[in-house]
Design a protein around this ligand. Structure first.
Ligand code: SF4
Length: 324
């Protein structure tokens, strides 16, 4: 897209937001033009991780919420704000983790392991959440797992995050996790060998690793080396607090843009692996979403969930929010 065209689309988005009483929430993995705040030349009203944005959604006064992220995130915003209209610019923006497990799979797991509590990562669809005891995000997963009395827990769906959590929990509590076999297609690509090669090229850099990367990548990166294994928020905070000037990021490519914007004096080496799902959202379909609000076209973009499903999926999310 030409710069002039981008500028005029942004201007029209800003105008329509006012006219349609709408707010734009944008995930840290969006492209820079979508995760720049409106006050700084972009179009986003809030930028954050999926949980932060869903909580933000409960505070907005506008009737229409447009979620620039993937579908499970927009669903969570709807569950937390059933009286608002929640839209996503492309309903096909899915997630390999969320689609790896269904409600029926959780019911079967419960039958196989009776009485064992089920923790669902927030990256699940509403029907899956509704069958679980509590949700978690990468921010609060460890504290939530530690809070249960049970010595065994079921954690779904991310197998790599599960293994990384298992290691920490076993060290601190001896608890055991039963895992599902879901993977994030993006974080799965940060292998131990690729990060080892980067470590040799940049010997002084610290590692910023998301919970969802495979455990061999964690072992190679954090062995005798400072750095962090954590949530998106942990990564953003650690990069600011560390005295290091150079970091290797193992997470979605555009989180590198967020980090550079926050800490321009620091260098972030980012093997650029983009989430093809979240990148389905762009300025053009955001504009189309705004145009469709209050017209017969709005159903193409609006998230609709059955009232009973909202009620049931809210229970594990509400429990999680006590740990947020
Ligand atoms: S980065 Fe991974 S977890 Fe996040 S939306 Fe994409 S596929 Fe799902």
């Amino acid at each position: 897209m030409e710069q002039l065209e981008i500028t005029s689309i942004k201007k029209e988005i800003q105008r329509l937001k006012k006219e349609k009483n709408a707010v734009v929430l944008s995930h840290y993995y969006m492209t820079p033009e979508l995760q720049t705040l409106a006050g700084k030349g972009g179009v986003a009203d809030f930028v954050g991780d999926s949980l932060g944005l869903s909580i933000e959604a409960t505070r907005v006064t506008q009737q229409n919420i447009i979620f620039c992220g993937v579908r499970f995130m927009a669903e969570t915003a709807k569950i937390l704000n059933p009286s608002k209209n929640v839209f996503i610019p492309d309903k096909d923006a899915g997630c390999s983790l969320a689609s790896s497990i269904t409600a029926a799979d959780v019911i079967k797991l419960r039958q196989q392991h009776p009485g064992i509590p089920v923790i669902a990562y927030i990256n699940t669809y509403a029907a899956t959440k509704a069958e679980c005891d509590i949700c978690c995000t990468s921010r609060n997963a460890l504290n939530i797992a530690k809070s249960f009395d049970s010595g065994t827990l079921i954690f779904v769906p991310d197998v790599h995050m599960g293994h990384n959590l298992q290691k920490k929990i076993a060290e601190e509590t001896g608890k055991k996790l039963i895992l599902w076999n879901g993977i994030c297609d993006v974080h799965e690509q940060f292998s131990g060998s690729s990060l080892k090669a980067l470590k040799e090229i940049y010997p002084r850099a610290e590692f910023l690793l998301h919970w969802e990367v495979p455990e061999d990548a964690v072992a190679v990166s954090l062995n005798n080396r400072k750095g962090v294994l954590g949530s998106t928020n942990d990564i953003l905070r650690y990069a600011g607090e560390s005295a290091s000037k150079q970091f290797i990021l193992a997470s979605e490519c555009d989180l590198g843009a967020t980090l550079k914007g926050m800490y321009p004096e620091k260098e972030f080496i980012t093997p650029c692996i983009r989430c093809p799902n979240i990148k389905k959202i762009n300025l053009n379909n955001l504009l189309k979403t705004l145009e469709a609000i209050d017209t017969s076209e709005s159903g193409r973009f609006e998230i609709t969930l059955d009232q009973e499903l909202i009620r049931r999926a809210y229970i594990p999310i509400k429990r999680m929010l006590q740990f947020a």
